[in-house]
Design a protein around this ligand. Structure first.
Ligand code: TXA
Ligand code: MG
Length: 320
């Protein structure tokens, strides 16, 4: 049976026993296991139906531990860790041999972050090992931002969701790798490029949608609802093409008036991008449950977290 509970001691017991626990973070819920347990790590891949080549993020609770898991820390990586941890930025660095190949999909780098959620920080502080945790959704589905999303996905396949309420940031961490010690953005996410650039100067973005990507979270179809979805900056016009269908609409701030809309979600009436980001996945989960023929989503301004939101919406429209 899957229980939803705030009981940290119960979570500790399960994790010490090489079982999985879904944990809250400030971005999305993660499906967590002991990084040093082969049994737990294999269970993560099996439960998510995730291919083994797609590596996992290692979650630690203090910056000092970074030296235990990575070989070198480039100067700009250190600056980013100091500026944003605990928080939604993941650093991909050269791994030490202590990190099992199963975690990294055989790569010589490992992704690491300190999540910013009080319950999960307490949990990590009481464990003798870091936690590997991909987002707690089946492969290619929308990430979970509350405990019930996780329970709906996995039912009895996991024993416990540690209930930390609704995830505040609501989209995954920004992933940064290093090439010749210079930061490269592999995945857009909850820390904006603008914020990153105030710390380390101009960064290159390689958030491409290629077949064998640096970060497989960049696969073109990802974060996807089952319902067909399209993205447009001219929703009022696009809707006319779908008048006979059951339409769901997802907009930034202003309601679209059209009698053919079956349901509509506004992400932030105040036009606040962090607020819109935090509501995004919950809105997609809600619309996806309504048996719609189509979800029409509004394109966001291409700045700050608007870039990350557009990235996720674009991937959600890919139906291949
Ligand atoms: O916000 C987040 O990052 C959440 C929470 C739970 O921390 N986690 C998350 O994990 O989004 P996941 O597994 O869904 O996405 C991790 C991404 C994957 O796209 C993976 O390919 C990439 O990180 N990644 C992991 N290790 C990597 C490595 N060594 N090199 C390049 N990319 C890596
Ligand atoms: Mg994921």
């Amino acid at each position: 049976m899957c229980i939803i509970s705030k009981d940290i001691q119960k979570a500790i017991k399960l994790l010490n026993n090489e079982e999985l626990v879904a944990i809250p973070t400030e971005t999305v819920y993660g499906l967590a296991g002991n990084i040093y347990s082969e049994k737990a790590i294999k269970a993560i891949f099996e439960t998510k139906k995730r291919p083994f080549f797609n590596p996992l993020i290692v979650h630690i609770s203090n910056i000092e531990y970074l030296e235990t898991v990575v070989e070198e820390i480039p100067k700009k990586a250190k600056l980013l860790a100091e500026a944003f941890w605990p928080g939604p930025i993941t650093l991909v660095l050269k791994k030490k041999s202590i990190i099992p190949d199963l975690i990294t999909g055989g790569k010589d780098t490992v992704a690491v972050r300190i999540p910013n959620h009080p319950l999960t920080l307490q949990l990590l502080n009481q464990l003798n090992f870091p936690l590997a945790a991909p987002s707690a959704n089946p492969f290619n589905r929308i990430s979970p931002t509350k405990a019930e999303h996780v329970e709906n996905y996995f039912k009895d396949d996991i024993k416990m969701v540690l209930d930390g309420g609704v995830c505040k940031s609501g989209i995954e961490s920004t992933i940064i790798g290093f090439e010749d010690d210079e930061p490269i953005v592999y995945r857009l996410g909850s820390t904006s490029i603008e914020d990153i650039e105030t710390v380390v100067g101009k960064v290159e973005i390689k958030n491409k949608k290629k077949a064998n990507p640096e970060a497989p979270g960049m696969l073109a179809r990802h974060y996807a609802p089952n319902t067909k979805m399209i993205l447009s900056s001219k929703i009022s016009e696009i809707i006319k093409n779908y008048e006979t269908q059951k339409i769901g609409v997802l907009v930034f701030s202003e309601k679209i008036i059209n009698k053919n809309i079956f349901s509509q979600i506004i992400l932030s009436k105040k036009r606040n991008l962090p607020e819109a980001a935090s509501n995004l996945y919950e809105a997609l989960h809600t619309l996806d449950k309504q048996h719609l023929d189509i979800i029409i989503a509004e394109k966001f301004p291409n700045e700050g977290l608007g870039k990350s939101i557009n990235d996720r919406l674009t991937r959600a429209t890919k139906n291949s």
